[in-house]
Write a protein that binds this ligand. Structure first.
Ligand code: GLY
Length: 368
């Protein structure tokens, strides 16, 4: 049982392979990329405890040796310090220009290792083996790599496409329900931004998918990756349409900053709240009928997800202060906030024509 989504980016084209049991087949899938039977794997300790043996065995089945670096888990690993550590470790392991580096983990590992691969010897190839739902449907595809700096998230990085992505849907069974649903925040975002049929399918099927149905999981990951591949192919370096993928993210980034990028709010949870608020703002601006934001909220609530600021534990800054945090987002262009709004479910568009007082009103109406 396997699906393949091709990302047609010319000489940087690659496949995203989706299905259960891919760790066991990793050797056979990666072997065609290798000039010699050896890879360097970078992962983090929690993922290593659960999945490294399966990957090693899968590589060994095709006669591929691996050398492994395990980093600490968590967002703090996306740092200059760990970038230097990974790069120097890869050099110590004598990784050559034509060798392949493997990133085994969630978005933090994928972004960090992709960036190290982009700068190592001016660019070596890498394979993404995403282990979270969020990484399978979003961060492992599209070539955004990078680290956080003292000034903010993802402020140093490079566009560097992977040579292959192996999205093993069986590993999703090891995620906590909270982590799975946080990843689901990015899945349902694709329906909202560009595919009303997919959104309706999710309304019908997401509960069974979250409960573990493998065929539904594969279908949801596949449709998400197809949509991401299509947008990235149109606009690889985010000059225009790729910004649609930021639906919900202007609100989300302000809420993440307000909660200190902590466990109080996972990124995908912030995306879900952000999408709910983006539809509420679209309704307030007369772009959609009230029915659409109500439908978005109803589905998220049915899934047991957060939709409002009041669902975030602890105190938050005032709505006006949150607006200031949005102004520090990297999507501000010439001092104007960029929002992704909608003219309906599946009909998102990017605009900088949003009155700040309407944003404040929406925040206040949703627990801010
Ligand atoms: N995660 C948004 C993007 O890849 O553009």
């Amino acid at each position: 049982m396997r699906d393949v989504v091709h990302v047609p980016l010319g000489d940087r084209a690659y496949d995203v392979v989706i299905g259960p049991g891919l760790l066991a087949e990793a050797g056979a899938l990666i072997a065609p990329l290798l000039p010699r039977p050896r890879v360097a794997v970078v992962t983090e300790t929690r993922v290593a405890a659960t999945h490294l043996d399966a990957l090693r065995t899968g590589l060994a089945a095709a006669g591929i040796e691996c050398t492994v670096l395990e980093l600490p888990p968590g967002e703090a690993t996306k740092s200059w310090t760990h970038l230097a550590q990974v790069t120097e470790w890869l050099l110590d392991q004598k990784v050559e220009r034509r060798d392949v580096v493997v990133a085994l983990g969630g978005g933090v590992i994928g972004d960090l290792v992709g960036f190290a691969a982009a700068i190592l010897r001016r660019g070596v190839r890498f394979v993404q083996v995403p282990t979270s739902l969020l990484a399978q449907v979003d961060s492992s595809v599209g070539g955004k790599t990078g680290i956080n700096t003292a000034q903010g998230k993802n402020l140093a990085g490079a566009f560097h496409q992977p040579s292959l992505v192996l999205a093993d849907t069986e590993v999703l069974s090891t995620l906590s329900r909270r982590d799975f649903l946080a990843g689901y925040g990015e899945v349902m975002k694709y329906g909202l931004l560009g595919d009303a049929t997919f959104w309706a399918w999710l309304e019908q099927n997401a509960a069974a998918m979250a409960a573990g149905d493998m065929a539904l999981r594969m279908a949801a990951v596949k449709r998400s990756v197809e949509m991401k591949a299509e947008i990235v192919t149109r606009d690889e370096t985010e000059q225009g349409d790729r910004a649609l993928l930021n639906l919900g993210h202007t609100f989300c980034h302000a809420l993440e900053a307000a909660t200190g990028y902590s466990d109080r709010l996972l990124h995908g949870e912030g995306v879900a709240i952000g999408c709910s608020l983006a539809f509420a703002l679209s309704a307030r601006m007369g772009l959609v009928s009230q029915e659409d934001p109500s439908r978005v909220r109803a589905h998220l609530q049915e899934m047991g997800m957060k939709t409002d600021l009041s669902d975030i534990p602890g105190d938050l800054p005032s709505a006006d202060q949150l607006l200031v945090l949005m102004g520090q987002d990297k999507k501000v262009v010439a001092g104007k906030l960029n929002f992704v709004l909608a003219r309906g479910i599946g009909k998102a568009f990017v605009t900088d024509e949003v009155a700040p007082n309407m944003v404040v009103d929406v925040l206040k109406a949703h627990g801010g």
